[in-house]
Design a binder for this molecule. Sequence first.
Ligand code: ZN
Length: 320
Amino acid sequence: MTRGTTVTDELGARLRTYEGRAVAATGRGKDPVNAAMIRHWCEAMGDTSPAYTGPDAIAPPTMLQAWTMGGLSGHSGRSQAYDELFALLDEAGCTSIVATDCEQEYLRPLRPGDEVTFDGVIESVSQRKTTKLGTGYFITTRTDVRVGQDLVGTHRFRVLKYAPARRKPAPQPARRPRPVVNRDNAGFWEGVEQHRLLVQRCTDCATSRFPWLPGCNHCGSLDWDTIEASGEGTVYSYVVMHHPPFPAFDPPYAVALIELAEGIRIISNVIGLPHDKVRIGLPVRLEFQSYDDELVLPVFRALEEATAGGGRVRKEVEAP
Ligand code: ZN
């Protein structure tokens, strides 16, 4: 259904041959225009205009369609053309329908006693249109309402007959962003895969460095090896993220700069403690946390200090 517009729309062309054909044989209003229906309408609409009451009352113009309606018993005489048009659309997969809009024109007021007749015609079939609901055709039918030979109003009713758009699959829960792995830091991420936090160390001046870089900031040497961090550290600084929210993150949360026992600092998350309990100096210990099938990241679990029996012990704090 999504062929280019330059391709001939054969179905549309065929549908448009129905333009001008009758929807129904001439119909006759089941009741003449009358004061009782006018009163019910005005009460339902809350319309208190004096034009609709008294000896010179007219019918509210927007009642136009009401005088043509068949009620539960309906009107007979629906045309074959209309059924054929809908059958063509159904066969083409345009099995759904929605009313889109209605336009009315009023040529002269209707008054109690007027007896209406009406004719319906398939006025137009649109080009093929793609909407959020799906792809199909807008079909406009026009009903001309007459009293005697006088045209008193027209009622246009438009529907979209369409093939429902395929539902998009339910969105997957957002995944945490992937780290950017390159030649300079690949060794770090290989370590993380093995649940080891590897720190570069200059083999000339023995300075440790993090994040991973090709050369030593201290002496400029390009020679290095790695040491594995013990995992002991403290919160050197932190911020609490409130805004903006990012997919896969649930604010507020603390982003901490952890100072490791090896003297280098790493940005990570503190787990095992509410964000508002994170503090500078908080002792933490390295863990590796899986976020999904692929992603493992180093995080730091809070180790709160507590006093028990005169000695200082560390106690791991579970998330509340
Ligand atoms: Zn160095």
